[in-house]
Design a protein around this ligand. Sequence first.
Ligand SMILES: Cc1cc2nc3c(=O)[nH]c(=O)nc-3n(C[C@H](O)[C@H](O)[C@H](O)COP(=O)(O)OP(=O)(O)OC[C@H]3O[C@@H](n4cnc5c(N)ncnc54)[C@H](O)[C@@H]3O)c2cc1C
Length: 446
Amino acid sequence: MNPSPTKTRRAAAALMFLYGVIVLSPLILLAILRPLTDHSFVYTIGKNLALLGFAMFAMQFVVSARFKWIERPFGLNLLFSFHKTMAIVASLLVLSHPLFLLLGGGELSLVLGPDVIWHIWLGRIAMVGLLFHVLLASFRLIIRLNYETWRFIHNVVALVFLPLAFLHSWKAGGDLELPAMRVLWVTLFATATAAYFWHRVARPMTLRRAPYTVTDVRKEADGVWTVALAPTAGVVRFDFLPGQFHFLTFRRAAHLPVEEHHWTISSSPTEAGVLRSTIKESGDFTATIGETKPGDTAVVYGPFGRFSYVLHSEEKDLVFIAGGIGITPLMGMLRHMRDTRAERTVTLFYGNTSEQDIAFHNELAEMERAGVASLKVVHILSKAADSWRGERGRLDKDIVAKFCGPLCADRAFYICAPPDVMDHTIPILRRGGVPPGRIHFERFSL
Ligand SMILES: Cc1cc2nc3c(=O)[nH]c(=O)nc-3n(C[C@H](O)[C@H](O)[C@H](O)COP(=O)(O)OP(=O)(O)OC[C@H]3O[C@@H](n4cnc5c(N)ncnc54)[C@H](O)[C@@H]3O)c2cc1C
């Protein structure tokens, strides 16, 4: 469950190497089997861009399929950033394909003319779909496209693009006349299809057969709820690291939406047979979370993530920084420290708008009193009542220095907060001399 850092690094390096070999395999194979070409240099580049782009797109299905053996060494956040970056690179490669063919002496009628054979039309449709998708992805937030609509379009385009690109290249690509290239092409296409089928059909069906049951729904603070889940009788709850997250799909009253969302597991793995998530009402789905009732069920898939102090056994002196609901992974870690009597010291900076927004207020105070991890909790409120005697405003270097002292740079930092707080805090720490390897953070958006 918790492999050594060396093993993790080796696994990450092996996966990156494998990825590189797979996406470059069409070009490697061509260099071996057909080193000489009749085409101009620029035309050949145009052809190769499409081959490379296709292999990268096929691998996108594998990267995004949430395979645990791929996720484990990197964490899902990093893997999804990689997925997004590779989507941009692959799109640029494929969109440049016709341009380079033209510049390299290809016929204009092939790219723009109306009288072309069907597989050229398939290539054009794939290209238009891809362009539409790239534009939509770039302007999604500006045009305020909601997440579910975006995800639906993303899935449809991905599903349609790959077969179209496959058929187009199969018929149009001269290089695909080589039997070894044909085998490679079918393998890439079949791998992508299998990953998609597993991710979207087979795995959800398997998980649905053993749903968890909601055993408790508790109000934690204003607009914040903790939902407790227990596995089906006879099923063992999966093991996880404190601070990790899971995907939940609740099945509740008929009028309530059924959507898959990711939430941190705010309970500790030491608490047998239960998973808790603490969820803030922050959008259309989470606005309904308080309507979840004991007896409702949920499909659970996890655990994911690498935001956990247990992965860094060398770090003893920790600073936790939480903004609002970002407290959840840190709470999971503190509970684990309490239950395992972990030898750590923790200073927690916990920012909220007002006192009513503070989740786990009493439990944190209790841990502080009990000396769990020599915990020191520093609450910071941005809109504090006059009676508030704690810190006010937002976290800045003066507050950190006041509570952490001059040895602050020697500590390890765990941050989970809204994006603006993270973007403000991480540079403060870097300027203060904290090395990047000792700043761990979790973003609540994939
Ligand atoms: C690793 C991780 C851990 C998280 N842990 C917690 C937690 O412990 N407690 C908590 O309250 N929140 C947590 N979140 C945030 C939570 O997932 C979002 O607040 C929630 O999905 C918003 O849903 P909504 O429809 O109510 O909000 P909306 O306003 O509809 O969506 C807000 C944003 O959330 C994202 N989002 C919405 N729906 C989905 C979806 N189905 N899948 C993926 N992203 C989506 C989109 O970026 C969207 O723009 C976590 C997020 C991540 C990535």
